[in-house]
Design a protein around this ligand. Sequence first.
Ligand code: LLP
Length: 451
Amino acid sequence: MSPVNRLQEVPTRPFHYAGARDRDLLCDRVSLARLVREYGTPLYVYSATNILGRVQLFAEAFAGMRATVCYSVKANSNLSILRLLAASGTGFDIVSGGELERVRQAAKSSLRRVVFSGVGKTAAEIDAALAARILVFNVESPAELDLLEQRARHLRKRAPVAMRVNPDVFAATHPYISTGMTTHKFGVAIGDATALYQRAAKSPYLVPTGVSVHIGSQIRVTEPFGQALQRVMEMVRELQSLHGIRIQHIDAGGGLGISYDDPAPTGKDRKDAQAFDPMAAVRGYAQHIRTALAGFDGDLLLEPGRFIIAQAGALLAQVLYTKRNGSKTFVVTDAAMNDLIRPALYQAYHSILPLRRQRNRPSAVVDVVGPVCETGDFFARDRELPALGAGDFLAILDAGAYGMSLSSNYNSRPRAAEVLVEGNRHRLIRRRETMRDLLAGERIFLNGGTE
Ligand code: LLP
């Protein structure tokens, strides 16, 4: 890995103004205006350097512990990004057969560093993961443990198992992405887990190897991570001392949050925001984990998704129209909620910057919206932005995680293209969908037959 002091050189976001009179928005050293000319919009752009810098931050913050980052594939599952991460030594947290297949295609040798989470694993998904010899199944219910045993017996394999425990710890975040309380569907109540370990230990087809816990996503106040792991540690000690079951790894899940409302390079976007320091954030998080796990002689797995890739990416869009309705001004872009659903689904805030900064342009308070036929199709509401006109381009920041991976074809809109920037180079890592792609799976039936 690169020397730790180089981390200081990886900025929080790779997007910054440069060029003549600091007018052009760049990703690392690549002009975004150039990328939209070459690839069109809507376009996702990611910085490889920024992604790897975040992985390195984890390595540094957890130095001295036997820690492995198992990047959470759901945050952004592009094959090139998985390959990039695998090459830096990460494992992967998956939640479906589809994500397993992505890891297989992008980084086959990393299959042995895959953890499989999720409350609804199917028999076919379990079979595929058993055949792939993944690191561990994070089991979320007694019924799943039964099915896993059945499938392992059928395939004559032994399945490595971790119970995903639900520690009943509250962590402040949006209610849709909070997972660590018994009112949520996730995990096994921590009080019920011991009995499941005993069952697994008796089975010739199951090997209890670990414990996992994941309390939610976009968590900025990090004490609850420590509280959850303290509860896990109590259980781990009890399993060892009372039941002779030795836990070899603890999986602390993902969930470390970022700042979405950090001051953008314009400095004007949000006046009240504090500058976000990713290094301090991971260090604070690691400190809670270290304290909770003091004395644990085993491996630590971490499943960050957002923290690794959210700030490395932006969604680029072009303004199609501006319009006024009553007192409101709308900026209509060619990107929409099908490309980035976070504002619509979680009322999420994303900073927006023009690709070309014009210093003496007045600002205006606008809603930035897409063409989809829903009032919830917006990227920003009542936002003060430099005045934008038809034809202008803009960047929606912090869109690297849960952007493209949550995109859809709603309103029959082909999905965006994706580009990976490395220093001054850029590569298309997913081409824009075509009309042909859009319709490829469908058949027209007429009078019971195909046309
Ligand atoms: N591990 C498990 C078991 C998870 O369920 C998740 C996320 C992660 C790890 C990664 O969490 P992260 O480090 O990215 O916070 N679509 C939402 C986020 C959903 C998170 C789901 N689970 C959003 O856009 O905010």
